[in-house]
Design a protein. Structure first.
Lengths: 120, 120
């Protein structure tokens, strides 16, 4: 893909709002070996970890609780949180949350079905 | 630095609002070989390119015009735009804009002074 073809503005909120499945990530961009992904979430995933990648969360709308073995981290709109590789975590949202995620791979896709860690 | 020590919520808007210099990037996180940085901007930079890294822009507040040799891209709050490596660009903001930037290096710091591409 040519660089010029990739250069498009992405309305992050609109793309996220249009998603019709929870916890499935949609790629909106790629740069420097990382994917930029959006997802909607509600309810809880299962506890899991990613051994080979850090996972970066940005909350675009709503609230997200990232449960860690050391305690919970409460995120609101505008917050960033990085879960380092190898650290067990379990995201939970009481109400629908919209997220931007950054990392080298897609860990949950519509096509690939739900991973073991996803409940809903 | 131990992983656990790094795990802190970052209020992106608050950190950006507290910046007291334009176009100087402050690092708020590191993951997968990339830095997550915030900056305030107003006015215009000079035309420049980064040969070895893509530059990812997220507009957190305000509006940003990314001037390209092929035309302007107008970004509003909530928008993402990726300038691929090697592509000349010149960001411009008529009013103060707050940005999240992602890339492998810091291209402008308070300590390092302004780079050639920064006017203000």
């Amino acid at each position: 893909m040519e660089a010029m073809e990739r250069m498009e503005r992405v309305d992050v909120r609109a793309v996220t709002s249009a998603l019709d499945e929870f916890w499935s990530q949609q790629v909106i961009g790629e740069a420097n070996g990382n994917l930029f992904k959006v997802a909607k979430g509600i309810g809880s995933t299962n506890w899991h970890k990613h051994d080979d990648e850090d996972e970066v969360f940005f909350v675009y709308k709503g609230r997200l609780t990232i449960q860690l073995r050391t305690g919970n981290v409460e995120l609101s709109e505008g917050d960033m949180f990085i879960v380092p590789r190898g650290v067990e975590h379990c995201p939970r949202a009481d109400d629908e949350v919209h997220l931007l995620l950054v990392g080298p791979t897609v860990t949950s896709t519509r096509e690939g079905g739900k991973p073991d860690w996803s409940r809903k």
